[in-house]
Design a protein around this ligand. Structure first.
Ligand code: CMP
Length: 140
C-alpha cells in the first residue's frame, strides 16, 4: 500500500539562493500538505548520520560537507502516494537528467547541489522524518 507521507529537505544551495518559498509553493500546488517543517543547519556529524546509507560511496565526504555548509528546511509532507509522487515532482537526482518543470530542473545547479531531497521509500520516509521531528513537532 502506498504511504501517505514523505520527507524532504530544501538543501543549502536552494535555501541560500532564496528559492525556499518558490519550492514550497510548487510542493503545495502539487497537493502536498506540510505536516512538520523547520529551518535548521546540520553539523557535519549529523549530515553523516542522515546519509550513512551512502557512507561507502565516493561522494559521501563531499556530500556531508555540503549538507552542513548552510541552513536547510526539513519537512514532512502528506499526500496520497507521497513518496512516488514527490519523486516525480522533484525529478532525477542529476538535474541534467531531470524532466522539464521538475523542481530540480528549475532550481538545482549540480548532482550534489540538487536543491531538494526526497525519500526513496516508505521505510526511509519514516526514518528520515523521525530524524528531524519528534511526535509533538508534527501534525498527527
Ligand atoms: P539525495 O536525494 O539527497 O540523496 C543522496 C545525495 O547524494 C543526492 O541527493 C545528491 O545530492 C548527492 N550526490 C552527489 N553525488 C552523487 C552521485 N554521483 N550519485 C548520486 N547522488 C549523488
Amino acid at each position: 500500500m502506498a504511504t501517505n507521507r514523505t520527507f524532504t529537505m530544501i538543501k543549502p544551495d536552494a535555501f541560500k539562493a532564496g528559492n525556499s518559498g518558490a519550492i514550497l509553493k510548487m510542493i503545495e500546488e502539487a497537493g502536498f500538505k506540510i505536516v512538520a517543517m523547520k529551518a535548521t543547519q546540520l553539523t557535519p556529524a549529523l549530515a553523516g548520520k542522515f546519509y550513512e546509507v551512502h557512507q561507502e560511496r565516493p561522494f559521501y565526504k563531499d556530500l556531508c560537507a555540503y549538507m552542513s555548509s548552510g541552513p536547510i528546511i526539513a519537512a514532512i509532507l502528506e499526500k496520497e502516494n507521497a513518496v512516488e509522487d514527490f519523486r516525480t515532482l522533484i525529478g532525477a537526482t542529476n538535474p541534467a537528467n531531470a524532466a522539464e518543470g521538475t523542481i530540480r530542473k528549475i532550481f538545482a545547479t549540480s548532482i550534489e547541489a540538487n536543491a531538494v531531497h526526497g525519500s526513496d521509500s516508505d521505510e526511509n520516509a519514516a526514518i528520515e522524518g523521525s530524524f528531524y521531528f519528534s511526535q509533538t513537532e508534527r501534525v498527527g
